[in-house]
Design a protein around this ligand. Structure first.
Ligand code: ASP
Ligand code: MG
Length: 408
């Protein structure tokens, strides 16, 4: 007998019909003798629709009220699934984030889980109940409802799995697993049997939408065995685990990308020790995520470029304009419509020349690289958004990602 966390994403619970199918899958698991905690997302595009309504209501919705609103999406699914499970003869209990004991920091819209009190959940499991938890939400120490950021139900699932020391956390979604890259962009994209936590972490952070990055972070930290698989078939998914005997030795395992990247440049900054910390502290205080950073020293002083997601553009400009005198820059420039393409693979660390191969593959296609950043296991390039598809194609071919090379 094991303890399994099964998480079902929005598409998997997109209609009553689909929730019924999910319930069937959970019942199968339960009958096989496992204890089950199910974590659910909002039905289909419910969260998008709620965001849309809020934006129709007012120009900049209050973040507390937005969380109040968005958290209801998951609660709907949670209650509906529990009703159906009970109708099928199971004992089941639905819990909101706070009922499940999930405490978060006090940040609306993108809160991190601080702690999970599992007593109530454990008690229900011991009573033989299937526990259904609303994903994507928690409560602060001051009893405010928070949400965990878009895609955050994955994080709920992994955090719960860690808290109750589950044997496995399964993420059920609308694709068969983790792919070398998005098959909608590259036809030859292939499902991976395995990927390491570190590689998955890079892929997730770099925009591979299949898993919420913080879910992978937690899985790595607490060594939660994780599987991503389809809720629509029985195909074996992708196993995400510690570095192990991986399926191939190729230096690149996958390509991730992100669209709607904006490059912000501050010109004419004072060339002093504290300039960088001043700028980024102010942006950090406003909870703006900065990605690639480049500084340039010329006779006109210091200039600083960094990338952000387009959603943060308004806030970024607000902060920088407000702090213009304090920071002491001359003028601000933004370039929108960019894309970031990254190659990811643990094998890179021990394989020189991967970056060079990536750059020449892109330049051979006439694709201009505007910014670069690297880590031990990834190389990211920022290019014009219109070149995204071409870049993905050529990199997928160059690194032979369509081929499985088994070793040993
Ligand atoms: N419903 C939320 C979203 O759409 C959270 C999730 O599905 O993971 O972002
Ligand atoms: Mg998701």
């Amino acid at each position: 007998m094991g303890l399994i966390v099964m998480k079902f994403g929005g598409t998997s619970v997109g209609s009553i019909e689909r929730i019924r199918r999910v319930a069937g899958r959970i019942m199968e698991r339960k009958r096989s003798g496992d204890q089950v905690i199910a974590v659910v997302s909002a039905m289909g595009k419910t969260t998008d629709e709620l965001v849309r309504l809020a934006n129709e209501a007012v120009r900049r919705p209050n973040k507390r009220e937005l969380d109040m609103l968005l958290s209801t999406g998951e609660q709907q699914t949670c209650a509906l699934l529990t009703m159906i499970l009970e109708d099928m003869g199971a004992a089941a209990l639905s819990l909101t984030g706070w009922q499940a004991g999930i405490t978060t920091e006090s940040v609306f819209g993108n809160a991190r889980i601080k702690e999970i009190q599992t007593e109530r959940l454990q008690k229900a499991l011991h009573q033989g109940k299937i526990v259904v938890v609303a994903g994507f939400q928690g409560i602060t120490e001051n009893d405010e409802i928070t949400t965990l950021g878009r895609g955050g139900s994955d994080t709920t699932a992994v955090a719960l799995a860690a808290a109750v020391q589950a044997d496995l956390c399964e993420i059920y979604t609308d694709v068969d697993g983790v792919y070398t890259t998005d098959p909608r962009y590259v036809k030859a994209a292939r499902k991976l049997d395995e990927i390491s936590y570190d590689e998955m972490l890079e892929m997730a952070y770099l925009g591979a939408g299949v898993l919420h990055p913080r879910a992978v972070e937690n899985a790595k930290k607490y060594k939660v065995p994780l599987v991503v698989r389809s809720s629509f078939n029985d195909t074996e998914g992708t196993v995400i685990k510690e570095e192990a005997q991986m399926e191939n030795q190729m230096s690149v395992r996958g390509l991730a990308f992100e669209r709607n990247v904006v490059k912000v440049t501050l010109h004419g900054l004072p060339n002093k020790m504290t300039t960088l910390s001043d700028v980024f502290k102010k942006l950090a205080d406003a909870r703006i995520n900065i990605d690639i950073i480049i500084q340039n020293i010329s006779e006109n002083g210091l200039s600083l470029s960094f990338t952000i997601a387009v959603n943060d553009l308004d806030d970024t400009i607000d902060v920088l304009e407000k702090e213009k005198a304090a920071i002491g820059y001359q003028y601000l420039e933004t370039e929108a419509g960019l894309a970031k393409v990254s190659i990811v693979g643990s094998g890179m660390a021990s394989n020189p020349g991967v970056a060079a191969t990536c750059f020449s593959a892109l330049s051979d296609q006439g694709i201009l690289i505007k910014m670069v950043s690297t880590s031990e296991i990834k190389v990211s390039t920022v290019i014009a958004g219109e070149n995204l598809e071409k870049a993905l194609q050529v990199l997928h071919e160059t690194f032979q990602l369509d081929m499985t090379v088994r070793v040993g």
